[in-house]
Design a protein around this ligand. Structure first.
Ligand code: HEC
Length: 475
């Protein structure tokens, strides 16, 4: 009797304690002092190692995407894979546990401890504790440089007044007559990979991003040098920005093997084209804006219809072993695309096919293959009148050619390591180059003579106290 009474008392006490302890910590009551599972530091590493290889945005078969919290939460074809507070109702737990777990498909199952981390994270509410983006630079500050940054992008404004130059986290605007620095456009993206003006010159567009974090398109008002908008896309740096002729859309290439087209007005993703099998470095629109062309490491030049996002044609013959394409440029007035890359040969193609493909898979759209360059081609540009094009190459040489007959008009040696970007002044008389050593060189296009060379950014003298940021790397 005594015993049972005291047992009753103990039971009641435990019961009451549970009630008290239970209410505020609904889901954490049976884990004592153990800290809650961190999505950022415990779940993400498992997702990256065991799941992301198949469940990433570049995989055409992936319904479920695990590269961001929002995507993971959204779930896949079967709907939400995670029900906060209810591990037993969560598809993800069902798929990763058991004797022969379905996921990760055809791979080593997660350890019991890892499955338990997922279970507990969901039980505790499946919250996102990813730290807010840290920004080490205050508004109004400029990046400081100890060493020259690699120059990855250059663009003259269509009115010929300005040369836009890539820096680290910023675009630097130089007066195209005096080559004096006149403005610095600082944004969030660390890498500036591509710079291009709209045809009317009103907007300067940038594509870049911060490695393994986000891709970003920035649109700057060229009259006021203010940011119109920054649009994030993909989870890595993006490349090869182009505007549709009416500037209502932007296209760019991604390291997840996709090409994306965004609406400038409402920032909606209109197209996510996933027909490439490697990184995409370049995009251009056709003259009427009805199609775009994309190219990259997979050596293919793809033609895509803008309205539907559907693949139309392989412009080049991918069975020719041409090598990776680093850069493409469209003729200013014709539906012709010039490409260059690993195999050093600039090739000019008709964008739209006029002859049916034959069995031999002849390179039917090819207009002309030009002379091999002294290194892999990193930069290409047409002159504004479309009569000339320029190349920039690994090894540091830049050259100018006559488009029509392929005559070499000038050879210019500057950067000792590599020229990564070239841009013609709209008057066609000057060519600006940028590359590994961080210097901008301006050449006379007729003679190939160096007119001007200057450092792309102000370099701090070593020992300066407030040096915060240093270099942007090569891609
Ligand atoms: C080798 C490839 C591969 C790996 C690795 C992999 N999965 Fe999958 N997974 C698939 C395929 C294929 C499907 C079916 C298509 C889809 O839904 O994405 C799938 C489906 C799923 C689904 C159902 C999605 C839906 O559409 O409703 C979940 C949940 C899932 N996987 C979770 C995981 C988790 C968690 C991991 C890592 C522990 C993982 N997968 C690793 C290939 C893989």
């Amino acid at each position: 009797m005594k015993i049972s009474r005291s047992r009753f008392t103990i039971h009641l006490t435990v019961y009451l304690l549970c009630l008290v302890g239970w209410a505020p910590f609904v889901t954490a009551d049976n884990h004592g002092a153990e800290p809650p599972v961190s999505y950022h530091s415990q779940i993400v590493p498992i997702l990256k190692r065991s799941c992301q290889g198949c469940h990433h945005p570049g995989d055409p078969n992936a319904d479920l995407i695990v590269t961001t919290y929002a995507d993971l939460k959204r779930g896949g074809m079967a709907g939400e894979a995670i029900i906060p507070g209810k591990p037993d109702d969560s598809l993800i737990i069902e798929l990763i546990s058991g004797d022969e777990p379905a996921m990760p498909q055809n791979m080593e199952p997660l350890s019991a401890e890892e499955v338990e981390l997922f279970r507990r994270w969901i039980l505790e509410g499946a919250t996102d504790d990813t730290p807010a983006e840290v920004d080490d630079m205050a508004d109004g500050d400029y990046p400081t440089y100890l060493v020259p940054p690699v120059v990855t992008a250059l663009a003259y404004s269509p009115d010929g007044s300005t040369l836009a130059v890539s820096g680290f986290r910023e675009i630097l605007l130089y007066d195209a007559t005096t080559y004096e620095l006149k403005a610095r456009l600082v944004g969030k993206a660390h890498r500036i990979e591509s710079l291009t003006y709209t045809a009317d010159g009103k907007i300067l567009g940038m594509a870049g991003g911060s490695a393994a974090q986000f891709g970003e398109v920035q649109l700057w008002d060229a009259a006021t040098n203010t940011l119109i908008k920054a649009m994030r896309s993909s989870y890595d740096t993006i490349y090869g920005l182009s505007f549709s002729p009416d500037a209502s859309r932007v296209a760019f290439g991604c390291s997840d093997q996709t090409v994306r087209v965004l609406s400038v007005e409402d920032e909606k993703e209109l197209i996510k084209f996933d027909n490439h099998s490697d990184w995409v470095f370049g995009t251009i629109f056709s003259v009427d804006g009805s199609h775009f062309v994309s190219a990259g490491r997979d050596t293919a030049l793809k033609l895509v219809e803008v309205d539907t996002g559907s693949f139309v044609d392989d412009i080049n013959s991918s069975n020719k072993g041409y090598g990776e394409i680093n850069t493409i440029a469209r003729h200013p007035a014709e539906d012709q695309v010039l490409n260059g890359g690993e195999d050093r040969i600039p090739r000019l193609y008709k964008i739209f096919r006029e002859i049916r493909r034959d069995v031999g898979n002849t390179d039917f759209n090819l207009i002309q293959a030009y002379e091999a360059q002294s290194g892999s081609i990193e930069g290409l540009a047409f002159s504004a009148d479309g009569t000339q094009f320029a190349t920039g190459c690994a090894g540091g040489e830049a050259r100018i050619y006559n488009v029509a007959d392929g005559t070499r008009l000038a050879s210019m040696q500057g950067d000792a390591v590599g020229v990564f970007t070239v841009s013609f002044h709209p008057d066609g008389k000057q060519l600006a180059t940028g590359g590994f050593d961080g210097k901008i060189r301006v050449f006379d296009t007729a003679s190939g003579k160096l007119l001007n060379a200057f450092m792309s950014v102000p370099i701090e003298s070593a020992g300066s106290e407030d040096v915060a940021l240093v270099v942007s790397g090569m891609t």
